[in-house]
Design a protein around this ligand. Structure first.
Ligand code: HEM
Length: 533
């Protein structure tokens, strides 16, 4: 680590020792980067050796000063409260340099060293998503660019990279053969032969996102290659260490997330062609063939259909702040229309995904190692931590879209559902998480409607609620077809090995929730958001 000797270690004595070492190591490995720490008290007895545990609450965001850039702390880093056994943290170097999620001013780009990771990363950030241009931030509190949201693609990564630099070909070669390697039971052996690559040569968040996508797919394939009964306890060092490092840099957990599976996993077959299913394909696949592609691409189209709704959400908040009811009315109409379009996009699932393939082949590869009886102790990331760690599997519950709409509309879910949904936010890219948090802190739309005498506003608000209830009802119908009915059929047909349905997941979703109780509760509490005349 060449830069380590030139950099003064951060003075963070309150940190758990393992965390402290990792912060400094990460910091020194990336000279010129500011380090963003997110830390929460860790309840006694929970994974005390782990720096990065499943849940990253965000009660306290702090920006520690960097010896290179001399950045300022936005809020003081508190000492741990008495009785708190350990602290958890997330290091999100890249985001804290390119973009600040909550009103923090950016260092001028000139502060980055000429060839530094940030200056290279900043050059790669697509137009319309760049926030760190050295100017003062827009006075508009909810500008898309502040949250790495794209005007055209919303939460989707715009035109994601499809190849990493040549030195990462050992990862890419395996990733491109993944379905075949899993089917022939050779993936684990291939991963054991893989060299341990240095992640420092990854430049910019697009390369990091592609690396996270690739390593997460390799990890899911490695863990589940032999089905539920043949899962592993240890992720080998040559995969675990780079996956952990890339995850730290992005502020994502070291497991496949919706941000990998959908947001960063798409390309146009014809680069100048339309964004429609026939012209799209995933960058990296898992077993499941056309159904897997359909599952990814239909979900992607739901994200794309949400884009006008994301913009309408921002418009609505601006209108509330300026007490502009005309603008608010238009924004709510736009939001209801977008949710309707998401619903139409969702229906394409029926055309492109075979329930039997989804249930018996695809689903297990989205499963995590938290609340999963097939892996009751979690997964040991060799070379990262001496204790196994537990993470939930990939799920569209990690999509930021409905979280954002729920916050705007003031939907109150049950405590249990809220706990699960909030946990899913820890699996989102930090700027998207920050977007949801800022919506939750905006003036209350619901209160405004309740106190307004304008019936058109109430009607437009209720259209949004009804559209959301319909979306959730149709989603429940899909889950019934693809999980409950498919399960009954699979039992009759008794498919073999990989085709055997994951028994540990039968009553639960990939994220570990009790599926139908949870989904109906979420749908019903949405309906309770209707405002009567
Ligand atoms: C075959 C297709 C699908 C199946 C089988 C499915 C299954 C599930 C399951 C089991 C859950 C419960 C949470 C968990 O355990 O992960 C869930 C939640 C969720 N899913 Fe899906 N899902 C599908 C497609 C989609 C699509 C395309 C979207 C839209 C982006 C979506 C959005 C959500 C959301 C937002 C939640 C959280 C609950 C809510 O807010 O209503 N799902 N899904």
């Amino acid at each position: 680590m060449a830069a380590a000797s030139a950099v003064a270690p951060l003075n963070l004595p309150w940190l758990h020792r393992g965390c402290y070492e990792r912060v400094n190591q990460q910091h020194c490995a990336n000279p010129g980067l500011r380090t963003q720490l997110v830390h929460t008290p860790l309840p006694q007895g929970q994974n005390p050796q782990s720096c990065r545990e499943d849940t990253i609450g965000v009660p306290c965001w702090s920006f520690s000063p960097c010896p290179h850039t001399g950045g300022t702390a936005r809020s003081p880093i508190p000492k741990p409260a008495a009785g708190v056994g350990a602290q958890r943290l997330l290091i999100s170097n890249l985001y804290s340099c390119l973009l600040s999620p909550s009103g923090h001013r950016h260092p001028p780009r000139t502060r980055f060293g000429a060839g530094s990771a940030q200056s290279r990363a900043a050059q790669r950030v697509p137009a319309g998503m760049e926030a760190g241009d050295g100017k003062e931030e827009s006075p508009q509190p909810m500008a898309l660019s502040r949250f790495q949201l794209s005007e055209e693609y919303g939460f989707l990564l715009p035109n994601p990279l499809t190849e990493l630099p040549p030195s990462y070909s050992p990862w890419m070669d395996i990733a491109h053969e993944l379905p075949q390697l899993i089917a022939s039971h050779q993936l684990r052996a291939r991963i054991h032969q893989m060299p341990q690559l240095n992640t420092q040569h990854l430049q910019g968040r697009e390369e990091l996102h592609l690396a996270h996508l690739v390593l997460s797919f390799l990890t899911m394939g490695y863990v589940w290659q032999e089905g539920e009964e043949g899962s592993v306890k240890v992720l080998p060092r040559n995969l675990a260490v780079p996956f952990w490092e890339v995850s730290q840099a992005l502020g994502l957990p070291p497991i496949l997330t919706h941000a990998d599976f959908i947001l960063a996993n798409w390309r146009r077959k014809d680069p100048s062609g339309p964004l429609e299913i026939k012209n799209l394909e995933p960058i990296i696949s898992l077993p499941g063939g056309e159904s897997l592609h359909g599952f990814i691409l239909v979900t992607l189209l739901v994200e794309k259909a949400a884009v006008p709704g994301i913009k309408a959400t921002i418009q609505a908040i601006h209108a509330l702040q300026h007490l502009d009811d005309e603008r608010l009315h238009r924004a709510l109409q736009g939001l209801a229309a977008a949710i309707g379009d998401m619903d139409k996009a969702l229906q394409q699932m029926h055309d492109y995904v075979d329930p039997a393939v989804f249930y018996t082949v695809i689903r297990i590869f989205l499963s995590g190692w938290r609340d999963n009886t097939a892996m009751p102790h979690g997964l040991l990331y060799e070379g990262v931590s001496k204790q196994p760690m537990a993470f939930s599997g990939g799920s569209a519950a990690q999509s930021s879209v409905l979280h954002a709409f729920d916050e705007l509309l003031g939907i109150q879910h049950s405590q249990e559902s809220t706990t699960f949904l909030h946990r899913m936010r820890d699996y989102m890219p930090p700027p998207h998480r920050a977007f949801i948090r800022d919506i939750s802190q905006a003036p209350s739309l619901r209160q405004h409607i309740l106190s307004s005498a304008d019936p058109r506003l109430r009607e437009a608000f209720n259209h949004c609620i009804t559209a959301l209830v319909d979306f959730r009802s149709h989603h429940i119908a899909i889950v019934t077809k693809y999980i409950a009915v498919a399960k009954a059929r699979a039992r009759q047909e008794e498919a073999g090995s990989i085709g055997k349905p994951p028994a540990a997941l039968e009553a639960k979703g990939t994220g570990g929730s009790h599926v139908f109780i949870f989904l109906k509760s979420v749908r019903d509490s949405t309906r309770e958001g209707l405002i009567s005349a």
